[in-house]
Design a protein around this ligand. Structure first.
Ligand SMILES: Cc1ncc(COP(=O)(O)O)c(C=O)c1O
Length: 300
Protein backbone atom coordinates (compact mmCIF):
# COMPACT_ATOMS: atom_id res chain seq x y z
CA UNK A 1 0.00 0.00 0.00
CA UNK A 2 1.05 3.55 -0.74
CA UNK A 3 -0.15 6.41 1.47
CA UNK A 4 0.64 10.05 0.80
CA UNK A 5 0.34 10.62 4.57
CA UNK A 6 3.65 8.86 5.06
CA UNK A 7 4.73 9.37 1.45
CA UNK A 8 5.81 5.76 1.44
CA UNK A 9 4.96 2.23 0.42
CA UNK A 10 4.44 -0.57 2.94
CA UNK A 11 4.07 -4.31 2.42
CA UNK A 12 3.06 -4.84 6.07
CA UNK A 13 -0.74 -5.30 6.24
CA UNK A 14 -0.77 -3.89 9.80
CA UNK A 15 0.56 -0.59 8.48
CA UNK A 16 -2.03 -0.35 5.68
CA UNK A 17 -4.27 2.13 7.48
CA UNK A 18 -6.39 5.22 6.84
CA UNK A 19 -7.06 7.73 9.65
CA UNK A 20 -10.60 7.65 11.02
CA UNK A 21 -10.96 11.42 10.52
CA UNK A 22 -10.24 11.13 6.80
CA UNK A 23 -13.34 12.50 5.05
CA UNK A 24 -13.32 9.57 2.62
CA UNK A 25 -13.99 7.29 5.61
CA UNK A 26 -16.75 9.14 7.42
CA UNK A 27 -18.28 11.31 4.67
CA UNK A 28 -17.60 9.33 1.50
CA UNK A 29 -15.70 12.33 0.09
CA UNK A 30 -13.31 10.45 -2.16
CA UNK A 31 -12.89 9.03 -5.65
CA UNK A 32 -11.10 5.96 -6.87
CA UNK A 33 -10.12 3.90 -9.87
CA UNK A 34 -8.74 0.47 -10.67
CA UNK A 35 -6.31 -0.67 -13.35
CA UNK A 36 -5.49 -4.24 -14.26
CA UNK A 37 -2.01 -5.72 -13.84
CA UNK A 38 -1.42 -8.51 -16.37
CA UNK A 39 1.82 -10.28 -17.20
CA UNK A 40 3.80 -7.58 -15.37
CA UNK A 41 2.20 -4.67 -17.26
CA UNK A 42 -0.34 -2.09 -16.16
CA UNK A 43 -3.17 -2.16 -18.70
CA UNK A 44 -4.75 1.14 -19.77
CA UNK A 45 -3.24 3.02 -16.81
CA UNK A 46 -3.49 6.35 -18.63
CA UNK A 47 -7.17 5.91 -19.52
CA UNK A 48 -7.87 5.07 -15.86
CA UNK A 49 -5.84 8.09 -14.74
CA UNK A 50 -7.80 10.36 -17.11
CA UNK A 51 -11.02 9.15 -15.50
CA UNK A 52 -9.52 9.47 -12.00
CA UNK A 53 -8.67 13.12 -12.64
CA UNK A 54 -12.15 13.81 -14.05
CA UNK A 55 -13.72 12.16 -10.98
CA UNK A 56 -11.45 14.23 -8.70
CA UNK A 57 -12.47 17.47 -10.40
CA UNK A 58 -16.17 16.52 -10.19
CA UNK A 59 -15.74 15.75 -6.46
CA UNK A 60 -13.86 19.03 -5.95
CA UNK A 61 -10.71 17.35 -4.68
CA UNK A 62 -7.38 18.84 -5.71
CA UNK A 63 -4.79 16.01 -5.97
CA UNK A 64 -1.75 16.38 -3.69
CA UNK A 65 0.64 15.78 -6.62
CA UNK A 66 0.82 16.52 -10.29
CA UNK A 67 -0.27 13.80 -12.67
CA UNK A 68 3.22 12.60 -13.61
CA UNK A 69 4.23 12.21 -9.95
CA UNK A 70 1.04 10.35 -9.14
CA UNK A 71 1.51 8.04 -12.13
CA UNK A 72 5.07 7.27 -11.04
CA UNK A 73 3.96 6.54 -7.44
CA UNK A 74 1.32 4.11 -8.71
CA UNK A 75 3.79 2.27 -10.95
CA UNK A 76 6.30 2.07 -8.09
CA UNK A 77 3.62 0.69 -5.75
CA UNK A 78 2.98 -2.17 -8.18
CA UNK A 79 6.72 -2.71 -8.60
CA UNK A 80 7.19 -2.95 -4.81
CA UNK A 81 4.38 -5.48 -4.51
CA UNK A 82 5.96 -7.85 -7.02
CA UNK A 83 2.44 -8.62 -8.28
CA UNK A 84 2.31 -9.61 -11.95
CA UNK A 85 -1.39 -10.51 -12.20
CA UNK A 86 -3.96 -8.54 -10.26
CA UNK A 87 -5.19 -5.03 -9.96
CA UNK A 88 -4.08 -1.65 -8.71
CA UNK A 89 -6.78 0.29 -6.87
CA UNK A 90 -6.16 3.87 -5.82
CA UNK A 91 -8.11 6.53 -4.02
CA UNK A 92 -7.99 10.28 -3.78
CA UNK A 93 -9.58 11.56 -0.60
CA UNK A 94 -10.53 15.02 0.58
CA UNK A 95 -8.18 14.04 3.41
CA UNK A 96 -8.05 14.00 7.21
CA UNK A 97 -8.65 16.94 9.50
CA UNK A 98 -11.83 16.43 11.51
CA UNK A 99 -15.33 15.02 11.56
CA UNK A 100 -17.20 17.92 9.95
CA UNK A 101 -18.88 17.83 6.55
CA UNK A 102 -16.96 20.45 4.62
CA UNK A 103 -13.58 19.48 3.24
CA UNK A 104 -12.43 23.00 4.06
CA UNK A 105 -11.29 21.58 7.42
CA UNK A 106 -9.10 18.93 5.74
CA UNK A 107 -5.40 19.59 6.06
CA UNK A 108 -4.53 18.09 2.67
CA UNK A 109 -5.97 15.71 0.11
CA UNK A 110 -4.60 12.18 0.33
CA UNK A 111 -3.65 9.50 -2.18
CA UNK A 112 -3.85 5.84 -1.21
CA UNK A 113 -3.14 2.83 -3.42
CA UNK A 114 -3.25 -0.91 -2.89
CA UNK A 115 -2.26 -3.85 -5.06
CA UNK A 116 -4.54 -6.88 -5.11
CA UNK A 117 -3.40 -10.14 -6.61
CA UNK A 118 -5.85 -12.19 -8.66
CA UNK A 119 -5.53 -15.90 -9.41
CA UNK A 120 -6.18 -15.60 -13.17
CA UNK A 121 -8.16 -13.80 -15.85
CA UNK A 122 -11.68 -15.30 -15.39
CA UNK A 123 -12.74 -18.24 -17.55
CA UNK A 124 -14.29 -17.09 -20.86
CA UNK A 125 -16.79 -19.94 -21.01
CA UNK A 126 -18.35 -19.16 -17.66
CA UNK A 127 -21.58 -17.52 -18.76
CA UNK A 128 -23.43 -15.71 -15.96
CA UNK A 129 -27.03 -14.84 -15.21
CA UNK A 130 -28.31 -11.34 -14.45
CA UNK A 131 -31.50 -9.73 -13.22
CA UNK A 132 -32.93 -6.22 -13.62
CA UNK A 133 -32.07 -4.19 -10.52
CA UNK A 134 -34.78 -2.85 -8.28
CA UNK A 135 -32.20 -1.05 -6.12
CA UNK A 136 -32.37 2.57 -7.36
CA UNK A 137 -29.65 3.72 -9.70
CA UNK A 138 -27.42 6.66 -8.83
CA UNK A 139 -28.19 10.07 -10.32
CA UNK A 140 -26.04 10.66 -13.46
CA UNK A 141 -23.97 13.29 -11.63
CA UNK A 142 -22.77 10.57 -9.24
CA UNK A 143 -22.91 7.57 -11.59
CA UNK A 144 -20.57 9.24 -14.10
CA UNK A 145 -17.86 10.00 -11.49
CA UNK A 146 -16.15 7.07 -9.83
CA UNK A 147 -16.66 8.12 -6.24
CA UNK A 148 -16.49 5.93 -3.15
CA UNK A 149 -20.27 5.96 -2.55
CA UNK A 150 -20.86 2.41 -3.79
CA UNK A 151 -23.71 1.58 -1.40
CA UNK A 152 -26.29 1.34 -4.25
CA UNK A 153 -23.79 -0.80 -6.17
CA UNK A 154 -23.15 -3.09 -3.19
CA UNK A 155 -26.88 -3.43 -2.47
CA UNK A 156 -27.65 -4.24 -6.11
CA UNK A 157 -24.95 -6.93 -6.02
CA UNK A 158 -26.58 -8.39 -2.88
CA UNK A 159 -29.95 -8.18 -4.61
CA UNK A 160 -28.53 -10.22 -7.52
CA UNK A 161 -26.87 -12.76 -5.23
CA UNK A 162 -30.08 -13.23 -3.26
CA UNK A 163 -31.67 -14.39 -6.51
CA UNK A 164 -28.76 -16.60 -7.53
CA UNK A 165 -27.57 -14.11 -10.16
CA UNK A 166 -24.14 -12.62 -10.78
CA UNK A 167 -25.21 -9.01 -11.23
CA UNK A 168 -28.24 -6.73 -11.34
CA UNK A 169 -28.56 -4.46 -14.37
CA UNK A 170 -29.86 -0.93 -13.94
CA UNK A 171 -32.29 0.80 -16.25
CA UNK A 172 -31.98 4.59 -16.34
CA UNK A 173 -34.66 7.19 -15.57
CA UNK A 174 -35.94 6.93 -19.16
CA UNK A 175 -36.04 3.13 -18.97
CA UNK A 176 -33.00 2.47 -21.17
CA UNK A 177 -30.38 -0.15 -20.30
CA UNK A 178 -27.68 1.47 -18.15
CA UNK A 179 -24.98 -0.67 -16.46
CA UNK A 180 -24.26 -3.23 -13.77
CA UNK A 181 -22.86 -2.53 -10.27
CA UNK A 182 -19.21 -2.58 -11.39
CA UNK A 183 -19.47 -3.52 -15.05
CA UNK A 184 -20.80 -2.15 -18.30
CA UNK A 185 -23.10 -4.20 -20.51
CA UNK A 186 -23.24 -4.73 -24.27
CA UNK A 187 -25.28 -6.71 -26.77
CA UNK A 188 -24.97 -8.33 -30.18
CA UNK A 189 -28.10 -7.73 -32.25
CA UNK A 190 -29.63 -10.25 -34.64
CA UNK A 191 -27.93 -8.38 -37.49
CA UNK A 192 -24.55 -8.75 -35.65
CA UNK A 193 -24.20 -5.13 -34.48
CA UNK A 194 -22.28 -4.54 -31.28
CA UNK A 195 -24.59 -2.33 -29.19
CA UNK A 196 -23.14 -0.48 -26.20
CA UNK A 197 -25.29 1.85 -24.04
CA UNK A 198 -24.37 5.54 -24.20
CA UNK A 199 -22.12 6.70 -21.36
CA UNK A 200 -23.94 9.94 -20.48
CA UNK A 201 -25.66 8.56 -17.34
CA UNK A 202 -23.28 5.76 -16.37
CA UNK A 203 -19.61 5.23 -15.68
CA UNK A 204 -17.51 5.60 -18.80
CA UNK A 205 -15.94 2.15 -18.59
CA UNK A 206 -12.34 2.02 -19.78
CA UNK A 207 -12.77 -1.60 -20.90
CA UNK A 208 -16.03 -0.90 -22.73
CA UNK A 209 -14.47 2.10 -24.49
CA UNK A 210 -11.41 0.03 -25.44
CA UNK A 211 -13.72 -2.71 -26.71
CA UNK A 212 -15.54 -0.16 -28.88
CA UNK A 213 -12.18 1.08 -30.20
CA UNK A 214 -10.97 -2.45 -31.04
CA UNK A 215 -14.27 -3.87 -32.35
CA UNK A 216 -13.98 -2.45 -35.90
CA UNK A 217 -11.38 -5.20 -36.48
CA UNK A 218 -14.24 -7.68 -36.09
CA UNK A 219 -16.32 -5.68 -38.57
CA UNK A 220 -13.45 -6.06 -41.05
CA UNK A 221 -13.34 -9.81 -40.47
CA UNK A 222 -17.13 -10.10 -40.81
CA UNK A 223 -17.84 -11.25 -37.23
CA UNK A 224 -19.70 -7.97 -36.57
CA UNK A 225 -21.67 -5.81 -39.00
CA UNK A 226 -21.33 -2.51 -37.07
CA UNK A 227 -20.35 -0.96 -33.72
CA UNK A 228 -22.86 1.39 -32.11
CA UNK A 229 -22.89 3.35 -28.85
CA UNK A 230 -26.57 4.09 -28.52
CA UNK A 231 -29.70 4.08 -26.33
CA UNK A 232 -30.99 0.52 -25.92
CA UNK A 233 -34.44 -0.36 -24.59
CA UNK A 234 -34.79 -3.52 -22.47
CA UNK A 235 -37.12 -4.96 -25.14
CA UNK A 236 -34.48 -4.42 -27.86
CA UNK A 237 -31.78 -5.77 -25.54
CA UNK A 238 -33.73 -8.90 -24.63
CA UNK A 239 -34.28 -9.60 -28.32
CA UNK A 240 -30.50 -9.78 -28.87
CA UNK A 241 -28.93 -13.25 -29.24
CA UNK A 242 -25.83 -12.24 -27.24
CA UNK A 243 -25.28 -10.16 -24.13
CA UNK A 244 -22.07 -9.53 -22.21
CA UNK A 245 -20.66 -7.78 -19.15
CA UNK A 246 -17.54 -5.67 -19.69
CA UNK A 247 -15.16 -4.38 -17.01
CA UNK A 248 -11.55 -4.37 -15.89
CA UNK A 249 -12.04 -7.40 -13.67
CA UNK A 250 -13.62 -9.64 -16.36
CA UNK A 251 -12.71 -8.31 -19.03
CA UNK A 252 -15.70 -9.65 -21.05
CA UNK A 253 -18.10 -12.26 -19.68
CA UNK A 254 -21.06 -13.67 -21.58
CA UNK A 255 -24.52 -13.38 -20.03
CA UNK A 256 -26.65 -16.45 -20.70
CA UNK A 257 -29.84 -15.56 -18.81
CA UNK A 258 -31.54 -12.27 -17.91
CA UNK A 259 -34.60 -12.18 -15.62
CA UNK A 260 -35.03 -15.90 -16.21
CA UNK A 261 -35.06 -15.49 -20.01
CA UNK A 262 -32.38 -17.49 -21.83
CA UNK A 263 -30.17 -15.33 -24.08
CA UNK A 264 -29.53 -16.85 -27.51
CA UNK A 265 -28.99 -20.58 -27.10
CA UNK A 266 -27.95 -20.21 -23.44
CA UNK A 267 -24.22 -20.40 -24.17
CA UNK A 268 -21.46 -17.90 -24.81
CA UNK A 269 -22.08 -16.51 -28.31
CA UNK A 270 -19.44 -16.38 -31.06
CA UNK A 271 -19.22 -12.58 -31.28
CA UNK A 272 -18.87 -12.28 -27.48
CA UNK A 273 -16.05 -14.84 -27.52
CA UNK A 274 -14.38 -13.04 -30.45
CA UNK A 275 -14.61 -9.69 -28.61
CA UNK A 276 -13.23 -11.25 -25.47
CA UNK A 277 -10.29 -12.77 -27.35
CA UNK A 278 -9.63 -9.38 -28.95
CA UNK A 279 -9.53 -7.61 -25.58
CA UNK A 280 -7.48 -10.35 -23.85
CA UNK A 281 -4.99 -10.17 -26.73
CA UNK A 282 -4.85 -6.38 -26.26
CA UNK A 283 -4.19 -6.88 -22.53
CA UNK A 284 -1.37 -9.36 -23.18
CA UNK A 285 0.08 -8.11 -26.48
CA UNK A 286 -1.39 -4.67 -27.15
CA UNK A 287 0.53 -1.52 -28.12
CA UNK A 288 2.84 0.26 -25.68
CA UNK A 289 0.27 3.05 -25.25
CA UNK A 290 -2.01 0.64 -23.36
CA UNK A 291 0.63 -1.58 -21.71
CA UNK A 292 2.91 0.14 -19.22
CA UNK A 293 5.81 -2.10 -18.11
CA UNK A 294 6.25 -2.32 -14.33
CA UNK A 295 9.92 -1.95 -13.28
CA UNK A 296 10.07 -4.81 -10.75
CA UNK A 297 13.33 -4.83 -8.87
CA UNK A 298 13.47 -8.25 -7.22
CA UNK A 299 11.90 -11.60 -7.89
CA UNK A 300 8.18 -11.76 -7.06
C1 LIG B 1 -20.35 1.33 -11.94
C2 LIG B 1 -19.32 0.77 -12.86
N1 LIG B 1 -19.61 0.65 -14.18
C3 LIG B 1 -18.71 0.15 -15.05
C4 LIG B 1 -17.45 -0.26 -14.63
C5 LIG B 1 -16.45 -0.81 -15.63
O1 LIG B 1 -15.40 0.11 -15.81
P1 LIG B 1 -13.92 -0.35 -16.18
O2 LIG B 1 -14.01 -1.05 -17.49
O3 LIG B 1 -13.19 0.93 -16.29
O4 LIG B 1 -13.46 -1.25 -15.13
C6 LIG B 1 -17.11 -0.16 -13.28
C7 LIG B 1 -15.79 -0.58 -12.80
O5 LIG B 1 -15.03 0.16 -12.35
C8 LIG B 1 -18.06 0.38 -12.37
O6 LIG B 1 -17.78 0.51 -11.07
Amino acid sequence: MYSSLIDGITTDPAAMVIPMDDHMVHRGHGVFDTATIADGYLYELDAHLDRFHKSAAAAKIQPPFDRATMREILIQTVASSGCKLGSLRYWLSAGPGGFGLSSSECTMSTLYAVVLSLPAIPDPDMGVTVITASTPMKHPQFATMKNVNYLPNALSKLEAESQGAFAAIWLDDEGFVAEGPNVNVAFISKSRELLVPEFDKILSGCTARRTVALAPKLVESGVLSAVKVTKISPEQAKDCPEMMLIGSSLPITPVVKWDGQVIGNGEAGPATIALRNLVVDDILNGPSAVRIPVPYTGEA
